[in-house]
Structure formats: C-alpha cells, structure tokens
Design a protein around this ligand. Structure first.
Ligand code: AMP
Ligand code: MG
Length: 443
C-alpha cells in the first residue's frame, strides 16, 4: 500500500509500527535488481556479494582423511583389547597410499598422520595416545589399548560436499570463511555484483561542510560521514552530495541529482518544522510514500518511498536517472528520509536503509535478529514507541550484561563513543528490572 499527494504538497501521514515499517522495506527490497557483474581477485572480493555460486571442484574431502595421528586399523581387529597389530607401513600428510602397496589387512595397522589419506582396507583410526610401538627384530608391532568404532577418526571422501555441489550460494557476502571456501575450491577470481551507488544528501541551513569553520549557530555535517561509513559497511558505495539548504529549488535539484544513484538517503528536514521541506519536495516529484513515520524512538519521522520511472523522465525525453542494467527504461528509485539527529540517523539507517542497500548489492535477504543480554540496571521509560537506546554491553564470556548509556537525547553524538549497542525496548514496557533479559541491536 502506498499513497502520494496529487496536490504537490506534503504527503498524507502514514505512521506504522516498527515491525510494519521493517516488513515494508523488506517487501520492496525483495523486488530490486542488483547491478552488473564484475570479476575480482579473491581477496579483493572480501565484503562483496557473490554473483556466482562457489562450486566444489572435487569431493570434500577429496580422500578419506585421517583426523588424528595414530594407526589406520580394521575396527574388528580391536574388538578385544589390548591387541597387538603388525605395522606394515606409514602414511604422512601428502603421501598417497597406493592400494596393494600400502593397505591394511587383517591383524595389520599402518601409521597415519592427521590429514593423510586412509589406506585401503582400514575402516578406523586409533589415536597414537592409546598405543605403544614395539620393535621385534625385523617386524614392528603396535599394542593397542582401546577399541575403536567403525569410521572413527577419519572423514569419508565426499562427506563434507560432493564434487559439483554449491558450497557458497550466489547472493552471499564474502567474509573470511567464504574466502577460505572459494580458495579451497581453487577460485582465485570470483564474480561479484557491482556495488550500488548510494547518494547521501544532508539538508539544513545550519549544516556546514566539515572543513569549514562553523558560525555560532552552525553545526558540521557529521551525518554525511556516518552515513557514508554505514553505506560502505552495508556493501554500497556512498556518493556524498552538496548540502541542501532548507529551500525548495536547491533541495529539489539535489534530490534529482541523488535519484541518479541506485538509492537516495536524505537526512534532516523530515520532522514537523516549518522548514522541513523534504517530503513536500518529494511530493512535487510525484514520489510514492510507503510510510512517513514509524513508532520508534529515536527516528520517528523516518520516511520511505520511491520515485517511479515516469518521474525520472526529463522534459527532453532523456532520463534523469542513470539505468543500472543497461536496459532502456529506468527503474524506480527508492529513497529514505532519515531524521537529522545523529543518533536517529544512525539507528534508522541500520533498521531500514541497510536491507535495501544489501538487496541492491545482490544479497539474499537477511532477517533482522536481536541478540539478548541481561540488564545491569533498571530502565524506566514511557510506553508507546519501540525504543533503541544507546547502551554499553560489557561483562565477559557467558556473562554479557548491558546498561543504558547516559545521554541527552538523539542529538547527542558524543554518547556514541561510550555506547557499543542499542537496547531494544518494546512499546508496552514502562519499567524493566535489573537482571531481566533484553534485546540488543548491535552496532
Ligand atoms: P531535522 O531533522 O532537520 O529537524 O534536524 C534535527 C537535528 O539534527 C537538528 O538539531 C539538526 O541541526 C541536526 N542535523 C541535521 N542534519 C545534520 C547533519 N547533516 N549532521 C549533523 N546534525 C544534523
Ligand atoms: Mg533541518
């Protein structure tokens, strides 16, 4: 469901619950297409989204692999222990036990090292710790003090994955483990999606570039930097635009510039103030608004919408928006109007903008999951909104504990140096006791 205001004014308001807002974004994100594919050296692809599945080029493991140092044996020979077996050979990691040359017959054992292939005839490995080697003239024998069960201490060929099986799916973001898997499948280059370009547009007469000396009533444009960093973290490429003053003409020109990118993030100008013009100007551009607020704090004025393909066609018939896939028609462009208060900007990015960037980057959708920790000291708050309050997670090992950071509200940027997460408080809770489990949004 969406609505736009044909009278070119501010859109009708539609304030939804946090969960509805998140689901609306997820639904729209599910419909976007990622950009073109590029090929990168494996390590250069760290943090990028796979445009191809990583396929096992052979069985994993490629041979029955010993997982312990010891002796390859026949389990049946150790039904009664202690037992004495004749040692007929040795396989080190990297050796290939040629069948017939290095095999385990009844009453026999072959010394084996971790990572070495199991010789023919063996069906278990007994750990060296449970054995003693004795030399008797020409032959060596080993005394084994423990039985083993069939299949113990080795991984059968292909048990982890079969040749041809997809090890890492297309749409997964490559982390160090994905890189290791690709490396083990011999992929020195991988195909990934191009990063989506995300325009970051700060608004406000009081906002100045960080290199400028702010006047007495001015503040520096920190949001453009937090957002650019968050965009990069989410797998996008940030395009920082000039600061838009609270003036229609210039704001509109910059919004149109931002719609050239794959996604537009605005900050500021979405509240109830007389000079909060973002929604009005987007309304002039015939934007559709999916919501114009969410029942959360901080971040209540968050706006989510899109400009349809028709909006993006210029008077001269050309396209305002660049096309992402080389086809002739432009795609609709999504935007988020994030509130200007720095903590609100950061929180609403994580909750709503991130899944859209991930989708544009080609990632398989991820559900938002909150972790849990024990509350260190009581929280009292008002009901009505779902709250994401800056907090400090501490403790050690299994004993995580969390407490709210003291802050001056969502304009307090300094609190974020002390906080490392947000405590998530349901809208119906007025008081949460110390010792209760609470949900966390990690930063
Ligand atoms: P607004 O959402 O425009 O009403 O702004 C809310 C608060 O956030 C005001 O105190 C603004 O000065 C502040 N703010 C707006 N934009 C930025 C920005 N780009 N960087 C830092 N603070 C900002
Ligand atoms: Mg403003």
């Amino acid at each position: 469901m969406s609505f736009s205001n044909p009278s070119f004014g501010a859109p009708l308001t539609r304030v939804v619950s946090f969960e509805q807002a998140r689901h609306l974004v997820e639904q729209h994100a599910a419909g976007v297409r990622p950009g073109e594919v590029e090929t990168l050296d494996l390590l250069a692809a760290l943090g990028r989204v796979l445009a191809e599945g990583i396929v096992a080029d052979r069985d994993f493991p490629p041979f029955a692999r010993a997982t312990r140092d010891g002796y390859a044996v026949r389990a049946a020979d150790l039904a009664e222990v202690p037992a004495r077996l004749e040692v007929v050979g040795e396989v080190k990691a990297g050796d290939w036990p040629e069948p017939g040359v290095c095999s385990v017959g009844r009453g026999q054992a072959v010394g084996i090292m971790t990572g070495a292939p199991l010789p023919e005839g063996a069906d278990a490995v007994v750990m060296v710790e449970h054995t003693s080697l004795t030399d008797q003239l020409a032959t060596q024998s080993v005394e084994v003090r423990r039985s083993v069960s069939l299949g113990e201490n080795f991984v059968p060929r292909g048990a982890e994955a079969r040749a041809g099986q997809v090890l890492v799916d297309r749409g997964r973001r490559l982390d160090h483990a994905g890189i290791a898997i690709a490396a083990s499948a011999g992929k020195s280059c991988v195909q990934v999606f191009r990063k989506p370009r995300v325009a970051v547009l700060s608004t406000g007469n009081e906002v100045v570039e960080i290199g400028a000396m702010p006047g007495p009533a001015q503040i520096r444009n920190s949001n453009a930097y937090s957002l650019a960093a968050q965009v990069q973290n989410a797998g996008g490429e940030a395009v920082r635009l000039a600061i838009a003053p609270d003036e229609r003409g210039r704001l509109r020109a910059l919004i149109e510039e931002g719609l050239d990118c794959d996604l537009l993030l605005l900050t500021g100008g979405v509240s109830m103030g007389k000079y909060d013009l973002v929604e009005q100007v987007l309304g002039e551009l015939k934007a559709e608004f999916y919501f114009t607020g969410a029942e959360i704090q901080p971040g209540k004025p968050i706006v989510f919408g899109s400009c349809g393909a028709d909006t993006l066609v210029r008077a001269d018939g050309g396209f305002t928006a660049s096309t992402r896939t080389g086809v002739s028609a432009p795609q609709e462009k999504y935007f988020f109007g994030l509130p200007g208060n720095p903590v609100s900007t950061m929180v609403t990015f994580e909750l709503f903008a991130r899944p859209m960037i991930e989708a544009l980057a080609g990632m398989t959708p991820q559900r938002l999951i909150f972790l849990r920790a024990r509350l260190k000291s009581e929280i009292r708050t008002k009901t009505g909104l779902k709250r994401f309050l800056p907090a400090v997670l501490s403790g050690e090992f299994e004993n995580a504990e969390v407490e709210l950071a003291r802050w001056q509200g969502s304009g307090d940027i300094a609190v974020l140096a002390r906080a490392n997460c947000y405590v998530v408080i349901p809208p119906d809770r007025e008081r949460i006791e110390a010792g209760e489990w609470v949900s966390l949004l990690m930063r």
